[in-house]
Each structure stands twice: as C-alpha cells, then as structure tokens.
Design a protein around this ligand. Sequence first.
Ligand code: HEC
Length: 488
Amino acid sequence: MITRHVLALTSSLALLALPVVAMAQAHDASMANHQPHYYNAVDYDIDAGSVTYADDIAPLLQRSCQNCHRPGGGAPMSLLSYDEVKPWAPVIMYRTAIRDRMGAMPPFFIEKNIGIDGFKNDYSLSDLELAMIQAWVRNGAPRGNPDNEPPMLKFDDDIGWKVGEPDLVLRSKDVTRPAIGPDWWGDIGLVPTGLTEDRYVKSIEVREINDIPADRGTNTVGGRYMWHHMTYASGVLSEDGKEIVGNRIGWPIHEVGRNADVFPEKAGRLLQANSALHLNAAHLHSNGHDSTGHLEFGIQFFPVGYEPEYSRRGPRTGNGVDIDVLPNKANQEFHNYVVLQEHTKIIAFEPHLHAPGVRMCMEAIWGHNQFTLNCAGYDHNWVKQYVYEDDKAPLLPKGTILHTIGYLDTTAANPNVADTRNWAGGGRRSVSNMFIDLGYSVQLTEEQFQAEMAIRRANMKDRNDYDISCPLCWAPVVEGQSLAVGND
Ligand code: HEC
C-alpha cells in the first residue's frame, strides 16, 4: 500500500514536472544532452529474467540490424548468430539506447516523443524493444533455447537492382582515381537517354560498378566506392548533342549508401524526349589502390500515357548564405521561415547540415497554431531521408509558415567537428556549413487538397482525434464539403 502511495505521488509529480523538462530538452540539443535512455523493465511489463536471445532479441536484430551487420553489409561486425552477438551485448545496449542522436544504432534518428509518427521503412526500435534489449543485457545476455531461434535470413549480395529490373539503364563514362590523391570534384559529361518520347519516371536507382577488390583494404564503407556523391540533372539536348538547352530537371543526388528513389504514384518525374543526364558535379575520392569505375542509372517508367496529378514543387527551406557558425559553442540555432504559396503535401524530410549539425526540426505555423511536424537527430556520417507514409504526410494549407530549425554543436563533445577553434561560414565542404531540408514536397490544387483532407478525415476516429499532419482537418466545414467522421 505504502509503495503504491509513493508511486502515485512520484508519478503525479512527474506529470507536473514533465512539460518543463520536455521544454528544456527541446532547447538543449547540445551533444552533452545526448545521453543514452535507460528503461526499467517493470515499466514495460517485461519479466526481465525471461528475455532471451532466441525468443526476443534475434528477431529484432534480423529486422533492424542484419542488413548492415553481416559479411559484406558495410557495418564493422557481423551480428548474425548468438556467438557473434554475445560479446557485443553491452555495446549494443549502449548504442541502441542513444536512440535518436548521433551515434545511435540503428541509424534512424527521428525523435519519437514529438511530431508525426509514420515513416516508410522505419527500422528503428520502439521504447519497449529498447527496454527489452536492456533487460536482456543486464541479465547477462542469455541465449535461451536455440531451437526457438528464427531461421537465418538469406542475403542476396549480387549487386543487382534493389527495386526491380529497370526499363532503361544509362551508364556514365569510366573514370579513374589514383591510389593516392586529393579528392576530385567536377563534370563527367552527358549521358544521352535515347528517348524518342516524353516518359514519366517511377523510380531511379544508381549503382556504382568498380574494380575495387571486395577483400582489400576496404574496412570502411567509403573504401568500397570511388564516388562520394554525384549531383545531376536532365534536359533536352541541343541539335549537335553537345549540350543541354532549356530547362533542367533536377534528380535526387546519388550518395554512397543511398536507396533507390521511388516517386509517389501521383508525382512521377519527367524525362524528356531527346534528353540527356548531365553528370555535372561528381565528387570522387582515392582509396589506396588505382581504381576504375562507372555509375549506372536504372530507371523504371510509368506506363506510356501516364500524366502526374501533382506537380513536384515545394518551398526551398534553409539558408545557404548567412551561415555564421561560432567556434566551440553548443546549442547554436539556425532558423528559416518560408510562407507556402500553394497547398503543399510534404513527401519526405531530409535534414542536411554539415559536421557541426546535431539536430533539425520542422514546424508549421498556421493561424494561431504552431506545431512541430518532426525533429530528427543528425549525424553527418549518415545520409538519411525520411519518407512519410502516404496517410501521414503533412498536408499544409497555403499561407502556412514552414519553420525549419537547425541545431549545431562545435564543441569537442561533437566527434564530427575536426577543430573546435574555427569560425565557419556556408559552403560545400564538410568543414563549411549547410542548413537545408533536402526532402521534397508536391503542390496541390484546391480540389486535390480537399480530396486529400477527406481521406484523412475518414481515418479519424472521433472529434478528439487530432491529426497533427493535417491542421485543417478539424476546420469548420466549408459549404459543399463534409466531415466524414461521426458527429458529436
Ligand atoms: C544502415 C546500416 C546499419 C544498421 C541498420 C545498423 N548498423 Fe550498427 N553500425 C553500422 C555502421 C556503418 C557502424 C560503424 C559506424 C558507427 O559506429 O557509427 C555501426 C556500428 C555499430 C556498433 C558499434 C561498433 C563498435 O565498434 O563500437 C554497434 C554496437 C552496432 N552498430 C549495433 C547495431 C545494432 C544492434 C543494430 C540494430 C538494432 C544496428 N547496429 C543497425 C551500420 C548499421
């Protein structure tokens, strides 16, 4: 009884204290605040003594870790079997507990205690799963009954196409890098598409084919590739085929480890007749041995006659000019405000900072509503794009102010900062800075916007259900529109 009273008291105190604590945390993005989160098994109804590798942990590792932590997967060690996992148990506990900050495993840094919960391919761990890992490690990481272990996953290491056979494969010219040399930036030329009619692209996947031996001196991911990244655009070729004339269409940047880009059903991207890709900004690096390689662009099309309903155009958020990063200082903030000129659906959020970056948030301000869409930790060693599930993508009315906030830490606590003594401005190198959301959005007509909102409303359970990604879902009904949920 007494215990219960004490518990009740503590929890009501905790409730009272919570908003203040939460605010303090929201404004302290410094590395010093990047503490691991440790949980009590009892709070999650976990019987700590019964958590085993075979029953509980192996399935989590299969889902969230093994795609990288296996031979040839890019991560430093394999986590396929109990014998491989056991020695790493304490480090696994620590790295997973970092949760959504630089250094966290798996590398998926969306903060779950604020904003929209609903991303595609979310392989992060829930609080319950973290509590489970911690209970297991504290209990000596027991194996349990090996018969209960899930069958080993099979991985296909054939360097194939991850999103299926392309309809068209375009190949860059071969490039070479000496064993030792400075990084190289530049234009590697045009690749004609050979298309005789306009086609809309459903997906594009870029892969690097090189002659770097898989078993030689390649214990980092970068060591397996020549390209750091490739920025490119497409456009119609001039009559002599030597240059692009007229409008250029930008494509998602290719970066080491980047997934294929699959465009939304309603927003295919145009590749014109008689066009070419212009591979105008390659960044290449040397790898300790002379190497030759090229890029292949695997393109899948929507059927002939397909027309996109939505146009891909969204605000440019961020600041590329007035960047003023102070030396040796935690909790530096960058702010950017953009007024949406059209109704907008945000498809993906991709925080992009440089080495000092530790966090980015995106919030929407509409009328007297101001709410956080999402916050994500940032680690400049990883390129992360977070794609919203279709029914969770922010649906923002025109006039909304999109506010992006970047958090930087140039103290020694941030391991990505090479030298804490230097002031830095904006620029392309990692020692200079950027502050952009590289994600993308589509712009909606009034009709499309209303239709999308009708779908959201139909998903809402009752009047108390609030959809943070749809600020107008509970707006007063406009004549001719109806709220599709039950009335009160
Ligand atoms: C997308 C690929 C990827 C996924 C998914 C991933 N890891 Fe990693 N992991 C890496 C890479 C690369 C490193 C080395 C770089 C670093 O430490 O950040 C690493 C490092 C680690 C380390 C530190 C190793 C050391 O030397 O100290 C641990 C522990 C770890 N991962 C555990 C996990 C666990 C557990 C999961 C799943 C819950 C996971 N990782 C998911 C790629 C991944």
